[in-house]
Design a protein around this ligand. Structure first.
Ligand code: 3PG
Length: 305
C-alpha cells in the first residue's frame, strides 16, 4: 500500500523519519509531499495513494474524488474540522484522528501565551503575575486538563466547564466546575479556549462573553479562529481598554485589531501550538501506526465517520 504524508506545515524531520520507518517496516511504500502551495499538488499526489496522513491540510470532497484508491485518512492531531467526513464516508474512506498526541505542546503554548501577555509581550512595561489569578478553561478535554494542571502548579485558581463532562468529573480532575459559560467568563482573569470548531461553536465567543470578563482579563485562544466572533471581540476590546486577546490562530481582522489595540492583541504568524518535535513524533507516529494496524487487522479505533 502507498502511504502518503501530505503536510503544508511539515513535521519535524525526526517525525518524518519515524513515520517512514514504521511504514516501510510493515512492507508499505512511503511517499512525502511537504510545503505544497497549490491544491493541484495535493490532488496529483493522492492519485495513487492508499492511505493519507495530514495535519491541518484540507481533505475536501475534491481531494477525496482525486484519490480513487484511498482507503484511510488520518489527521495527525486532534481537531478534524479540516476533513470532509461525509465525502470520506461516501467514498468508503475511513477517517481518523490521533487524540491526545499533541495536547501537551498546545497546553504549554497556552500557558506561555498567558505569561507573555501578562508581561506585556516581553517589553519593559510593568506587567502582572499569573500566580493567584483565576484561569477559566473552556472545554476540559486532553488540552484543557493539561492546561489546568500546569496552571495549578503556577499557583493559579483553576475553573472549568465542558458540555460533555459532568461537574463531578471536573472536580475530580482538580478544577472548580463553573455553573455556566457566563460565570466562567465573568470570574476568570484568563479564559483559555479549547473547544473544537463545529457548527455549534463557530462564532460562539463574542461580545456577550468577552465583555463580561473582569478588569484586566485576557482571552487565550489556542483552539480555532472560527470559534471567535471577530466583530464582537473587536467591539468588546474597543469598549474595554483593559482587556487583552492572544491567539495561535490569527483572526481575519488581525491588522485592524493590532492597529487599534497594539500590545493588547497578539497572534502567532502561523498556527504553532502543536509544532514541537515531541508533538510531531507523538501524532505522526501514532497516525502511521494506526494506518499500518488498519491494513493489518482492520482496527478502526479513533474512526471519526
Ligand atoms: C490539532 O487540532 O491537533 C492542532 O490544532 C494541531 O494542528 P497542526 O497539526 O496543523 O499543527
Amino acid at each position: 500500500m502507498k502511504i502518503l504524508v501530505a503536510t503544508q506545515k511539515p513535521f519535524a524531520k525526526v517525525a518524518v523519519d519515524g513515520i517512514k520507518e514504521i511504514v516501510e517496516k510493515a512492507g508499505h511504500e512511503f511517499a512525502l509531499l511537504e510545503k505544497y502551495e497549490q491544491t493541484s499538488e495535493l490532488l496529483a499526489a493522492v492519485a495513487d495513494a492508499d492511505a493519507l496522513i495530514v495535519r491541518s491540510d484540507k481533505v475536501t470532497a475534491e481531494v477525496v474524488a482525486a484519490a480513487p484508491k484511498l482507503k484511510i485518512v488520518v489527521r495527525a492531531g486532534a481537531g478534524f474540522d479540516n476533513l470532509d467526513l461525509p465525502a470520506c464516508t461516501a467514498h468508503g474512506i475511513v477517517a481518523m484522528n490521533t487524540p491526545g498526541q499533541n495536547s501537551n505542546a498546545v497546553a504549554e503554548l497556552a500557558i506561555a501565551m498567558m505569561i507573555f501577555m501578562s508581561r506585556c509581550q516581553f517589553t519593559p512595561a510593568t506587567g502582572t503575575e499569573v500566580q493567584g489569578k483565576t484561569l477559566g478553561i473552556q472545554a476540559f478535554g486532553n488540552v484543557g486538563r493539561l492546561v489546568g494542571k500546569k496552571a495549578e502548579a503556577l499557583g493559579m485558581k483553576v475553573k472549568a466547564i465542558d458540555p460533555f463532562i459532568p461537574a463531578d468529573a471536573i472536580k475530580a480532575a482538580g478544577a472548580e466546575p463553573a455553573a455556566s459559560l457566563e460565570e466562567l467568563y465573568s470570574t476568570s482573569d484568563f479564559v483559555s479556549v479549547h473547544i473544537p470548531a463545529t457548527p455549534e461553536t463557530i462564532k460562539s465567543i463574542g461580545y456577550d462573553l468577552v465583555s463580561k470578563m473582569p478588569k484586566g482579563a485576557t482571552l487565550v485562544n489556542t483552539a480555532r479562529k472560527e470559534v471567535i466572533d471577530e466583530a464582537g471581540l473587536e467591539k468588546a476590546l474597543e469598549e474595554r481598554p483593559d482587556l487583552k486577546y492572544v491567539t495561535d490562530v490569527a483572526p481575519d481582522n488581525l491588522a485592524a485589531l493590532q492597529e487599534k489595540f497594539g500590545l493588547r492583541v497578539f497572534a502567532t504568524p502561523k498556527k504553532m501550538g502543536a509544532q514541537t518535535s515531541e508533538a510531531n513524533v507523538n501524532a505522526g507516529l501514532a497516525a502511521a501506526r494506526q494506518i499500518v494496524d488498519f491494513f493489518a487487522t482492520g482496527n478502526t479505533r479513533f474512526k471519526l465517520n
